[in-house]
Design a protein. Structure first.
Length: 322
């Protein structure tokens, strides 16, 4: 069975509760949950019946215990989760505007996940990457490690690729996570050079390369398989042997919350490619799931809202996305 390693950080999430709008004096009610871009993708991969492990570091506190229990309940593998005594997970707050667009506020500087690339167990963790069919991470993942940690991770990914592991890089860009845009551009270039598949968007790339055209932005990414999501619900695809434009079906329900639209797209795309679908079919699957997710509040939709499972052509491990 094909398997995926998702690397990243899950944080405690505070979200403004329904009916909990601010009183203008700093009031308002918030609900507590958990979230993170690569963790969201892992949840949706598991729900799409992909074998997935989440690779991160957590503390030894009750909140970290709750996270582990929740991931196990979603059938996400937790054997690669490092537990650090005395540490805590990070925290973030979400505020939504009237259109469902979100703004994030983070408290994560001392979070356990930031130490994942500098632990006594890190070498064993990184050597395990070669046992997966796909390694998936985002620019947010890379932003929480220092330069030495990123180099260590890229070196491990390159070793794993020699044995057939595929590297999928999602450009999920948050400017506040980087010391400056020059550092981000340098790291993005390294990720682009190492990746087999890049999932990106105009929102991410124009923040780093303002004023460039779609063609110019896509030319910056040498990877053989590229999914470039536009501001409208359209994806431009480039893959060996061709290019294509994939347009999402028109929305029939109102948009409630755009959180995890890209994360769920990534999960559906990867799941479809592992199951033997071509890039066009995979992008169609990505748009379908993302269009469903944004009709619900929060990053993870209720289990009953997930679409019926579609049976794909069977694919063998290691060869599914080639």
């Amino acid at each position: 069975m094909a398997s995926v390693a998702c690397i990243g950080e899950c944080m405690v999430e505070l979200r403004q509760a329904q009916g909990g709008q601010s009183t203008g004096q700093g009031g308002g009610l918030y609900s507590r949950g958990f979230g993170g871009d690569t963790l969201n993708t892992a949840v949706y991969l598991a729900r799409l019946e992909v074998k997935v492990d989440y690779l991160t570091a957590l503390g030894d506190d009750a909140l970290s215990d709750e996270m582990i229990a929740a991931w196990n309940a979603e059938s996400i593998g937790t054997r690669r989760v490092m537990r650090l005594p005395g540490k805590l997970p990070g925290l973030y707050m979400i505020q939504l505007d009237a259109k469902g667009e979100r703004q994030f506020f983070h408290w994560r500087d001392s979070a356990a996940a930031r130490q994942l690339m500098s632990l006594p167990e890190t070498d064993e963790l990184l050597n395990s990457l070669m046992s997966y069919d796909i390694v998936y991470l985002s620019a947010i993942t890379l932003s929480i490690y220092d330069a030495a940690g990123r180099d260590r991770l890229f070196a491990a990914i390159k070793r794993a690729r020699l044995l057939g592991t595929r590297f999928v890089f999602d450009t999920n860009f948050r400017a506040r996570g980087w010391p400056d845009r020059d550092v981000a551009r340098e790291v993005f270039a390294a990720a682009f050079a190492a990746a087999d598949i890049v999932l990106t968007s105009t929102e991410d790339l124009l923040a780093l390369y303002p004023g460039e055209s779609h063609d110019q932005l896509m030319a910056r990414i040498p990877t053989p398989e590229l999914v470039f999501r536009l501001a409208e619900p359209v994806s431009l695809l480039r893959f060996p042997g061709g290019t294509s434009e994939v347009r999402a079906e028109p929305m029939t329900k109102p948009v409630v919350d755009t959180t995890a639209a890209g994360d769920s797209f990534a999960a559906a795309y990867i799941a479809a490619r592992l199951a033997g679908s071509d890039p066009v079919e995979a992008a169609q699957a990505g748009h379908r799931l993302a269009s469903l997710v944004i009709c619900y509040a929060g990053a993870i939709v209720p289990g009953y809202a997930m679409p019926p499972k579609k049976r794909h052509r069977p694919a063998t491990s290691r060869q599914a996305t080639k």
